[in-house]
Ligand binder design. Sequence first.
Ligand SMILES: *Cc1c(COP(=O)(O)O)cnc(C)c1O
Length: 231
Amino acid sequence: MNNIAQRLQQVRERITQTATKWQRNPADIQLLAVSKTHPATAIKSAATQGQRCFGENYLQDALPKIESLKNAGYDLEWHFIGAMQSNKTRPIATHFDWVETLSSLKHAQRLHQQRPPHLAPLNVCLQVNISHEPQKSGINPAELETLASAVSQLPRLRLRGLMALPASADTLEQQRLPFARLFHLFTELKSQGFALDTLSMGMSADLEAAIAEGATQVRIGTAIFGPRIKK
Ligand SMILES: *Cc1c(COP(=O)(O)O)cnc(C)c1O
């Protein structure tokens, strides 16, 4: 086994052990492999081990990889998890299966209009600024229901859930607080009638805390692919 295969296996074990500890079914927690800055060969190593869902942040970096792996026989699913910009919505709507960093109606409308008709509706998660950090993207929790309602009206989008990238914290207890708040918002929206199934939270350093608080998807980069490659 190569390094990526070994590390992928270790991450799967962390997920399984943590899920079991909290009496959750490990199958209810999806692993999104975050391959930003890593080459298509690294993605292939993970795909060979059965990894199907990959997350990318930078469009220029992602598009050639998506293209080169298109006909490689892996049936990959691509999630856009980077900062949204209006002038990039068309290629995102065309080449990705999911957008997890949606936080404005303007971007939602563009993605809806630009999603090619021959493709299934684009799956979206609303990114929530759960730690109230002024410099971070994501919608304010107070505005979440309004945006969720508006996005639900757009037939070329399919609202799947919530995503957050909280401020980093050192202890498990501190890490759990923002994840618990996001879980609460997720539960509230579901009780208001939104059919959500995805709560995307937790990365290499805090996946245990996220699973403890109900994550249905963890987004893992470094623990699978190693440190990010600098240009
Ligand atoms: C880079 C990134 C990740 C993965 O982070 P790691 O700490 O490398 O696991 C997850 N989510 C988002 C939004 C990211 O940008």
